[in-house]
Design a protein around this ligand. Structure first.
Ligand SMILES: [Zn+2]
Length: 356
């Protein structure tokens, strides 16, 4: 396969699948692409794995009639009358688990997921809350979110997960790090990553030399790492960077199949770039905190631009992830001002005295 090389990564495919198409590119492996309406992201990549008796889908797309229609035409066109046996979700985010419930109801297939991803998906899909919790609004005040945005969140619920998914099934098959899933002639090993999602499952097939990476490793965008009101003291960025190290043992020439953008070669270069990116952000933020700042004031340092309305939640969550990481590394401290708003300051270590 030849292909285009950009930033040290090689993209071997000359085209992407059309909606409703399953692009066959390796024994028993098909690439499916579904539409998505997220800021800067108009698609998600899903994978269809064949074995002798049926099919496994990896990730589902968001819940919508359009995507359900695409799945129906894919089953009719490509699946040769063999049943859908399993839907495996890398993680609980709605573009990945959104149609697991519908696929199970339609076909009787089993849902495979790690326990934490299933629990989160099941919990959020059943959450009946119609408004944002008081404790969450309190959190948004501590991080100094713009008052108009907090007022907006007070009017609409901040968790619209249930709107984007069909109810996550009440039953699943647990997969764990190191488990081997057999699909026909091929074994796929589960490799769990953390940080972007609590127990994100990737799949690696040694024989095919391919890694289904989900959102854990993306080639052109950095996976979102955020801290939210439900776990305000979390440090997912350290989790993320630590868990990336687990992928270094894979061969340098593995083909990475990411959930967004295109399949690529250059895993190790990408791991370096992702870690460098966050290290650089941490250093930048630490330097800027020589003068104490609120979370809102770190947004300019982090993003070097004003965030649009729909970017505010993600942007603040991402800034907080970097701040919590710096706190845990002992490089930054946090205190609340008289109004209860958090301020962050660089920890200055005393210069060692020279001589007597
Ligand atoms: Zn995700």
């Amino acid at each position: 396969m030849t292909g285009e090389t950009r930033n040290g990564l090689t993209y071997p495919f000359e085209r992407v699948p059309e909606p409703g198409e399953a692009l066959h590119f390796a024994p028993g492996v098909y690439w499916v692409r579904m539409p998505l309406q997220l800021t800067g992201l108009n698609h998600i990549n899903l994978w269809l794995l064949a074995d002798n008796t049926g099919w496994t889908i990896v990730d589902t797309g968001m819940a919508s009639a359009e995507i359900q229609g695409h799945w129906k035409s894919i089953f009719a066109t490509y699946c040769g009358g063999k049943p859908l046996k399993r839907v495996m979700c890398t993680h609980f985010h709605p573009d990945h688990m959104g149609l697991a419930g519908w696929l199970r109801d339609e076909t009787g297939c089993h849902l495979l997921a790690s326990r934490l991803e299933w629990l989160y998906g099941r919990m959020f899909s059943l959450d009946p809350a119609t408004e944002t919790a008081t404790s969450a609004l309190e959190h948004y005040r501590k991080i100094d979110m713009p008052a108009a945005h907090i007022a907006h969140l007070q009017r609409v619920r901040d968790n619209d997960y249930a709107q984007c998914v069909t109810t996550v099934p009440e039953q699943y098959i647990r997969i764990r790090d190191g488990d081997v899933l057999n699909f026909g002639d091929y074994d796929w090993v589960v490799i769990v990553g953390t940080g972007h999602a609590p127990e994100h499952a990737c799949l690696y097939c040694e024989k095919l030399n391919m890694l289904i990476a989900g959102d854990q490793i993306l080639p052109r965008i950095t996976p979102h790492i955020g801290v939210y009101p439900d776990e305000a003291e979390a440090n997912p960025l350290q989790d993320y960077m630590d868990s990336l190290e687990r992928f270094r043992r894979l061969p340098a020439d593995v083909l990475v199949l990411p959930a967004h953008n295109e399949p690529f070669f250059g895993l190790h270069a990408r791991l370096d770039a992702l870690i460098d990116h966050h290290d650089e952000r941490l250093n930048l933020l630490e330097a800027a905190l020589a003068e104490p700042k609120r979370v809102s004031e770190t947004i300019d340092v982090m993003f070097r631009r004003t965030l649009k309305d729909h970017e505010i939640d993600l942007g603040f969550a991402e800034a907080l992830a970097h701040l919590n990481c710096l706190i845990e590394q002992g490089r930054v401290s946090r205190e609340a001002d008289a109004a209860g708003v958090w301020r962050y300051r660089r920890v200055t270590t005393a210069m060692p005295s020279l001589g007597a």
